[in-house]
Design a protein around this ligand. Structure first.
Ligand code: AHR
Length: 349
């Protein structure tokens, strides 16, 4: 789609970008194999080369590498947007910083990519840079988290999980579990490990969890604090909760990795995770199934990260001039110790 000049310009720009940006597939004009049968005299040079504009260039502004979910999401894009599938992927890891994502988008614009895919760190602050992409005529597809902008023509569409529903599903699972175990009239204290503050995943899950807790008179939310979606920070915050309160009954961790950190903190405090303290998390990565089978984690609400093929399908529709749905939610399940062992072999991430 883009001219050789753009690719050469891109090479200079990439050299000036953060170390986290990588071009995953080589430019189209360097992939055509030399024809050993051809001779300079008989073959015109122009016929020996594949056209430089065959691949669709996609810049992916990724959040970072903070969790197992995020790693699976990166792999999904890198294995979908390959030269074999007709793409050149320029991947940027923003290390969980919005300013890095803004820089990456500006670099994608300068490189004249065909599409920009953005998994936004947080919901606000995108108006200006998405306006620049629109001005440059580059369609933006949002994946995973959403943005709050006054003009929704700044992006083509969004695909991801329903974070509010995930939070609600977590509390519904707890309420059912308490009934099944004859504990539904017990007064229980909860703590909440939140994700990155201002991200859709945090905003939706926190709302679903807080509203669910408020609707059950037996549940009290003692405290909430961010663990930034990382295992290390989840452990640190859980350690501080355990020091502050000796009567925690339930932990909601807004992703699996923070739950793994909380499990370590609970064990170090001499308590039994999954028994003394009920733990509910989000994502349903393979390691969460291992933790449920081990009895440490009680429930994981699915958040599906395999968006690469979904975004590719959207791009193919746009290329064909077809309309795409503006908001596309992905179906997600709820897993617990009762089905973890049977389900683990089916897990893709
Ligand atoms: O936005 C999705 C969330 O981001 C996942 O739940 C979490 O693990 C990741 O870091």
């Amino acid at each position: 789609m883009k001219k050789l000049l753009s690719l050469l310009t891109a090479a200079f720009l990439i050299a000036g970008m953060t170390a986290c940006t990588e071009t995953v597939t080589p430019p189209a004009d360097t992939t055509a194999p030399a024809d050993p049968q051809s001779s300079e005299a008989s073959e015109p040079a122009v016929e020996a080369e594949e056209p430089a504009d065959e691949l669709i260039t996609v810049g992916y502004a990724q959040v970072g590498a903070e969790s197992d979910w995020r790693t699976a999401n990166t792999v999904s894009f890198q294995s979908t947007f390959t030269a074999e599938n007709g793409y050149e992927l320029i991947f940027d890891d923003a290390q969980q910083k919005q300013e890095n994502q803004v820089k990456a988008i500006r670099n994608f614009i300068a490189q004249e990519v065909d599409y920009i895919v953005l998994a936004p760190t947080t919901e606000t602050g995108w108006e200006t840079v998405l306006g620049e992409a629109k001005e440059a005529g580059i369609p933006v597809i949002l994946s995973d988290r959403q943005v709050v902008v006054t003009d929704d023509t700044l992006y083509e569409c969004w695909v991801g999980g329903n974070f509010l529903k995930e939070g609600q599903d977590g509390v519904t699972w707890l309420n059912n579990y308490l009934v099944e175990n004859g504990r539904d009239s017990e007064a229980l204290n909860c703590v909440l490990l939140q994700g990155t503050i201002g991200s859709s995943a945090q905003i939706g899950r926190t709302q679903g969890i807080e509203e669910g807790i408020a609707a059950n008179p037996n549940l009290t939310l003692l405290e909430k604090q961010t663990g930034e979606f990382t295992q290390a920070k989840g452990q640190e915050v859980m350690e501080s909760f355990l020091k502050a309160y000796d009567d925690i009954d339930v932990v909601f961790a807004e992703n699996d990795n923070m739950a793994f950190g909380a499990i370590d903190a609970i064990k170090a405090a001499g308590k039994v995770p999954g028994k003394d303290i009920i733990i509910i998390s989000f994502d349903a990565v393979k390691a969460a199934f291992d933790a449920m089978i081990a009895g440490d984690l009680n429930c994981s609400v699915e958040c599906n990260p395999l968006h690469g093929p979904r975004v590719s399908e959207i791009i193919q529709k746009l290329e064909a001039g077809e309309a795409v749905e503006k908001i596309q939610y992905v179906d997600e399940g709820v897993f617990d110790q009762s089905n973890a062992e049977a389900e683990l072999p089916n897990r893709m991430y």
